[in-house]
Structure formats: C-alpha cells, structure tokens
Design a protein around this ligand. Structure first.
Ligand code: CU
Length: 466
C-alpha cells in the first residue's frame, strides 16, 4: 500500500520541527485526557513515553441531593462531587483548560497538588463565570493527589464540594489489578441538623467550628451503597484511590472485614503492608489494594465511627462468588447467654426526621433508617441471624400485625417470640427513633423481601406510643 510516502511525510515534519528549534513540548504527541465520574477510574496508561495531555474541566454550581429529602447547592468540577478523576503519567506535559459555567455566581480556580508551581495553578486558573483559563504544567512527581478550588473564601469552596483526585502514574506504571475505584470523603455543614428536610444552606459558623452535619463518601449519604455499591468477584484484586477533600476532618479509612494488602501511604511511593485503617489527611490521599478472598458486603467507613453510622461516611463493596469456608466459616453455633440483670436498653436517637410525602418516599427514607439502626442485627436482606435475630423478610409475625414491629422499636422487646415457626429469645433495645423514622422503616420493611406490602403512618406510630 502507500505506507512509504506517509512515512516520508512524518519524517519531513520531524525534520522541520528539529530545524526550527522547537520546544520539547511540541515534540510530544498530544492526547485528550479521559475523565471519569466517581466511582469510576480512567483506564491505565499504557504508553512508555511522555505526552502532551489536554484536560478540559468545567466548574458549575448546581442543586443536588446530599441525603434523602435533603438538597444542597454543590459547587463542582465536572458536575460531580468529587470532581472528575484525572489520570496522567510522570513526565507528561499538561495543558489545562478550566471553564467556569456562565450560570455560576462565583469565580473559581483549581489548585492541583500534583503541580509544581505557585498556588498549584490557582492564580493562573482563576476564572470568572462564562470564561475559560488555560495554563500548563509538567507532572514531575508520581503519586495520587487532591485537586481543589482555592478561590476565597477557600474553605467555603471546598466545603461545597470543589475537590477531586489526579493520579500521576510512575514511569513504569502501576501493577495491573482487576478493579479500580474512586472514593473521596468530604465533610458538609448545613443550617439544619443531619437529615433535616429541604434545601439546606451552607453554615459558615459550623464550618469554622468543624462541627460537621454530614461526613460522606462521593458527595452524599448512600452515594455508594446498595444498587450503587462497588462490586468485585471472589479472587479479584481491588485498588481504591481514596481522597479526602475535607475541608476539616481527617479520615480514618477502613474497610470492615478486609485488610489492606498494600497501602501507598499518603498517595506517595512508600508502601505499607497488612494495614487495618489508614489515615487520610484533609487535602490528601492514599491508594489501598487488597484481594477479596470471600463473598459478602464489605463496608467502607471513616472509623471515627459516629461519622459512618450517624453522618453518612459509609459505602459498600459487594463481592460475589463461592463461599471460602477455610478462610471464613460464617456462624457455627449460637447459644442463649443471658446473665442475671440483663434488661432492655434504650438507644437515644433524636434527630429530626425527613417528612415523607408519599409511600415511595417512606420506603426510600425508611431504607436509610434501616441501614443505620436495624441492619447490623436483622441483616442486609432482612434475613436475620439464625437463633439470634428473627428475620424481617417474609415474616409472618410482622405481616400479621405491623404495629407489633412498631411496638418493638418503641419499647424494645425481650422474651420468646415465634417467627415463621421458629422461637427467638433475644433482647432488642428500644431504638429511640422518632415517629416518622419508625413509620418509614416499618413501611420499608413491609414493602421488601417478599413481605406483603402496606404502610404505617406517623400518626399510627404516635398513637401506639401512647
Ligand atoms: Cu470555587
């Protein structure tokens, strides 16, 4: 075919480039960066040479959901919190275009911790609404880096969600793994308390006090749970790129039921092995790797644990595959142990509930109440734990009279009860939930896992409480 003339053409261009004293940048091939929304990660870089990489990122201010029934005006890079994942290679020359959407009320910029240069690019990228700024930098140091907006008031821009991760792969690349995911923690400060319904404005006083209402992964409570969970199969290797946008809190990142085989400490070259919990500073990152050996749902948390179960810092990795009983047996025996003096305890839980307007909303809000308060005992699919906690799935006890479930949540429950012809004799504490949460969680249970449907209202719960 006509390969030879084309080759000559390229050679001619190379020669002209050489003779005209061109800069090194112009000799590099140009490519457009692939950007991804969380929790996805762009494909590994497989070139063995530097390139000129063109990155186009947009800042935008938009309303989104931070929790069920709770909205927030997020400021974002690439319309997501965290912003788009950026992946380049050590030695690449990056031409960065930052566009600020015309609908923005504020100017924005970007400080990439991967940049060697004043402000990490902040001054050079300061961009008014309806403008685009361009600057270039060379990725000198490999590692995983946070980027964030650094426009004054800086704390407010970060608190509104303006952060993300940029990975600078080392020249030799990273070891291939089966799955890669992108997770960033952030703390949020709202006028209303956790779960208070409606559009919640940013609260500067709480932010200064570091008194977070929400601590979440990937921008909202439940962003990465249930049908949106991360997934893997038994035997696969998983790599998580974990960042912490802050603005204030340091993350004690942990995956319940897993041990990190390798942690790239603080996202740098130092590799630690066999780690349970790794600290991720605000404005920092870590790469964690582990092989998933057994099936199940593995919960990602900030192990400052009230943040996980009461403020939203909880995500899920669902692993499918064959049980590996040599590695983990599951429950092998359970016998009643009720020493003298044991009695029903009361759990206090007084947060302001979201008011559900429809049955569908009740089911949706109830699911979150379930995950925070009930799932540990009654399990993810309501199957319970044999001889300890009765099933809520296909439960004849509950379907016959859902108000018995209401009673149990209000007052606690002890003494034998029969569910699906099996007698359970365990102790359930009074949960301290408010009437709306109780109505929602019972409605959620009634409409899942093969139960018979139905609905319980806040008024019914209130009547039952009397
Ligand atoms: Cu900004």
């Amino acid at each position: 075919m006509k390969v030879i003339p084309i080759t000559r053409f390229i050679c001619l261009f190379a020669l002209i480039g050489f003779l005209s004293n061109s800069t090194q940048a112009s000799e590099l091939k140009t490519e457009k960066a692939i950007l991804t929304a969380p929790p996805m990660v762009p494909p590994a870089i497989n070139r063995d040479h530097s390139a000129k990489v063109v990155i186009k990122l947009e800042t935008k201010e938009q309303i989104g959901s931070i929790a069920d029934g709770v909205d927030y005006v997020f400021w974002s890079f690439g319309e997501t919190v965290p912003g788009s994942f950026i992946r380049v290679r050590e030695g690449d020359e990056i031409e960065f275009h930052l566009s600020n959407h015309p609908s923005s009320k504020m100017p924005h910029n970007i400080d990439l911790h991967a940049v060697t240069g004043p402000g990490g690019g902040a001054e050079s990228s300061f961009t008014a609404p309806g403008h685009t700024s361009t600057f270039s930098f060379k990725a000198l140091n490999p590692g995983l880096y946070i980027y964030h907006c650094a426009t004054a008031p800086v704390g407010m821009h970060i608190a509104n969600g303006m952060y993300g991760l940029i990975l600078v792969e080392p020249e030799g690349g990273l070891k291939p793994v089966d799955r890669e995911y992108y997770v960033v923690q952030g703390d949020f400060y709202t006028k209303g308390e956790f779960g208070e319904a409606g559009l919640q404005p940013f609260d500067m006083a709480k932010a200064i006090d570091e008194d977070a209402d929400y601590v979440v992964f990937n921008g909202s409570v439940g962003s990465t749970t249930n049908e949106n969970a991360l997934t893997a199969k038994v035997g696969e290797t998983v790599r998580l790129y974990v960042g912490n946008g802050g603005p204030n809190l340091v993350s004690s990142f942990h995956v319940i039921g897993e041990i990190f085989d390798t942690v790239y400490v603080e996202g740098g070259d130092l590799k630690n092995h066999n780690v349970q919990t790794t600290l991720i500073p605000a404005g920092g990152a870590a790469i964690v790797e582990f092989k998933v050996d057994v099936p199940g749902t593995f919960i990602l948390v900030d192990h400052s644990i009230f943040r996980a179960f009461n403020k939203g810092a909880l995500a899920m990795l669902k692993v499918e595959g064959e049980e590996q009983e040599k590695i983990f047996s599951g429950k092998q025996a359970d016998n009643v142990y009720l020493p003298e003096g044991s009695a029903i305890q009361s759990l206090d839980n007084t947060h302001t509930a979201v008011t559900a307007k429809t049955k569908d909303e009740q089911v949706r809000f109830g699911q979150r109440v379930y995950e925070s308060n009930c799932m540990a005992c009654h399990q993810a699919n309501g199957q319970g734990i044999p001889s300890a906690f009765p099933p809520l799935a296909k439960s004849d006890y509950l379907n016959a009279n859902p108000l018995l479930g209401v009673d149990a949540i209000i007052k606690g429950l002890s003494g034998p009860i029969k569910v699906n012809n099996v007698t359970y004799n365990s102790v359930m504490p009074a949960m301290g939930l408010n009437d709306q949460d109780i109505a929602n969680v019972i409605t959620f249970v009634l409409n899942n896992w093969g139960n018979e449907g139905g609905q319980v209202s806040t008024e019914q719960v209130a009547a039952r409480r009397k």
